[in-house]
Design a protein around this ligand. Sequence first.
Ligand SMILES: [Zn+2]
Ligand SMILES: [Zn+2]
Length: 378
Amino acid sequence: MATIEVRAAVYRGDNGDRLGIEQLQLADPEHGEVRVRVRAAGVCGSDRHVIDGEWQVPLPAVMGHEAAGVVEAIGAGVRELAVGDHVIIAWHQACQRCAECTGGKPWACTRVRSNDSQLPDGTTRWHTADGAAAWPYLAVGAMSERIVVPDFAAIRVDPRVPFDVASLIGCSVGTGYGAVVNNARVVAGESAVVVGAGGVGMSIISSLRLAGASPIIAVDVSEAKLAEAKRAGATHGLIGGADLAERVAELTGGGADAAFEAIGRVATMEQLPGLIRPGGRAVFVGLPPEGQELRIDGLQLAYDGKTLIGSNYGGLVPARDFPRVAQAYLAGELPLDELISTRVPLEEVNEAFDAMRRGERTRTVIVFDEDDTAGAAN
Ligand SMILES: [Zn+2]
Ligand SMILES: [Zn+2]
């Protein structure tokens, strides 16, 4: 079988939390698959859970799951895509056939788990120099110069969207948008609070502004991030703390209509139901380490008729929602350029995760060519 050589960020688990830049072999796309030349890959939070040992995946792992690029080769039977198409990659490559998939909930697919590190057929197209299988994290392996994915996981996007912005739509931005539009179904005039102003939190804030929510209250421990959140559309910024519920109640007249937790910390997840008014919705977007339990006031939940919503990939239907987000960006309604704080080459991936661990940078994007940024001339 024909293969090509690709440079990729690989986690082996034998060098602490460091990724190595390795030369891997990538097999040609098979039936129904496409090969994409990755032009931008966002450094998104769930990779950090893996390389910090909090979640287990098959190793060695080709890291990254937030990608955009150009279709470079197509396998037999691919009809929807052509070489040269600009695409955003969906990391949950659902079966497209089961009752959940056909019912508009591909994130709940009963045949393909959303956290699989393999292509839907159970295999991988990547191999190490010595011939061992290497597994694409979340079935994407975005931190690789080229990737192979099923055609339905590569969603065509308007080529006017810069690659770095497009990559974010594949996870952090898409997830934030979906949490607002699909999970909480926020409508104009509703009040909202967002706990955690990192990459996904900022996407939620931008999407709340798009939906017409007001007020939009951002909560973080960093004044710098709160200032950024206000630029993205937050009307108020609060430093978190034990009295958060009272301060939110004051600003919203008794609690927000919708609250979002975008960190995955047990302490802030447990605070969330207390931030919403009776009948409100609390959406859990951040993912905690495995095996963590929450304590929630049962009487408050039942008597106040509150709704707790788990958000997996923002309830996205990628083929429907990615183009909607892209169009909102092109119309100037979603300021996604502002979400990208830093652009780096693949070789600086470890420093990008270090910055994330320190709570710095809204979002780092790995760019594979210097002209792949929103700031570059098109
Ligand atoms: Zn992500
Ligand atoms: Zn399915």
